[in-house]
Design a protein around this ligand. Structure first.
Ligand SMILES: Nc1ncnc2c1ncn2[C@@H]1O[C@H](COP(=O)(O)OP(=O)(O)O)[C@@H](O)[C@H]1O
Ligand SMILES: [Mg+2]
Length: 237
């Protein structure tokens, strides 16, 4: 199968009402590994993910997938920081992306039950999705994102609102997805999480990539004073 990756960003810039949210960004996402975007609040992590996923058009530059955009889009999923669910059952939420892709009702149901078991949501299948707890809701969001076996998964601070146990579960699912070949691109403000998960780090500051590289090297000794200060827990503006 022809792959959607690599993804290449060239001078990619996102603006809203004329104001630059992120960019210009030059970045290539290769076919494997886990890329984690870090940086202070407002540095552009969410905007970068949204720009890569095509949720908003770039004002300047280019976001180029290795497949036509519509096809590349079919192979990506996105998990929002505050997950949203359809006001329907957990089962219907899980089946939805498959139904959109033309899978039969029975086929979608079978896959939904299978992934629910993996994400410990079997008991909730008949429950209304909006009534789930925070941890269950994020598991549902992730299961729903992974049910189509996307080539690329974007996850924007997927554990931001979760406690330690729920965070550990979500991290387990994320690393399992990455191990089975899904290219993971995640934003986090949790440096412990970034250290646990990242193969590659993108450190953002003021909407630009200030420093990026292999995670091991970055965490052992970043090359910019701003990244070093950020890792120390200093306030970086
Ligand atoms: N919907 C929006 N409208 C206007 N400005 C926004 C919007 N979303 C984000 N921004 C601005 O874009 C910049 C980058 O924000 P964001 O991508 O959310 O950063 P992060 O995720 O790192 O906190 C910030 O200056 C923020 O205020
Ligand atoms: Mg954000």
């Amino acid at each position: 199968m022809v792959a959607a990756l690599p993804l290449t960003l060239r001078g990619a810039t996102l603006r809203r009402r004329g104001r630059r949210l992120v960019g210009p960004v030059d970045l290539t996402l290769g076919p494997c590994g886990v890329t984690v975007a870090i940086g202070p609040n407002g540095s552009g992590k969410t905007s970068l993910l949204r720009m890569m996923h095509g949720l908003q058009r770039v004002a300047e530059g280019a976001v180029d997938w290795s497949l036509p955009e519509a096809e590349a889009r079919q192979r990506q999923a996105y998990v929002f920081q505050h997950p949203i669910a359809l006001r329907r059952s957990v089962l219907a939420n899980l089946a939805y992306p498959l139904r959109l892709r033309g899978v039969t009702r029975a086929g979608a149901r079978a896959k939904a039950e299978e992934i629910a078991a993996r994400f410990d949501l079997t008991a909730q299948l008949g429950q209304s999705a909006p009534s789930l707890s925070g941890g269950e809701m994020q598991r549902l969001a992730l299961a729903r994102a992974l049910i189509t076996m996307p080539e690329v998964l974007f996850a924007d601070e997927p554990c931001a609102a979760l406690d330690g146990a729920a965070t550990r579960e979500i991290e387990g699912h994320l690393t399992a997805a990455a191990a089975s070949g899904t290219r993971l691109v995640m934003a986090t403000h949790d440096m412990g999480q970034a250290r646990r998960i990242a193969d590659e780090v993108v450190f953002l500051l003021h909407g630009r990539i200030h420093e990026s590289g292999p995670a091991a090297r970055f965490f052992a000794g970043p090359s910019t004073p701003e990244a070093a200060a950020f890792l120390r827990g200093d306030i970086v503006e």
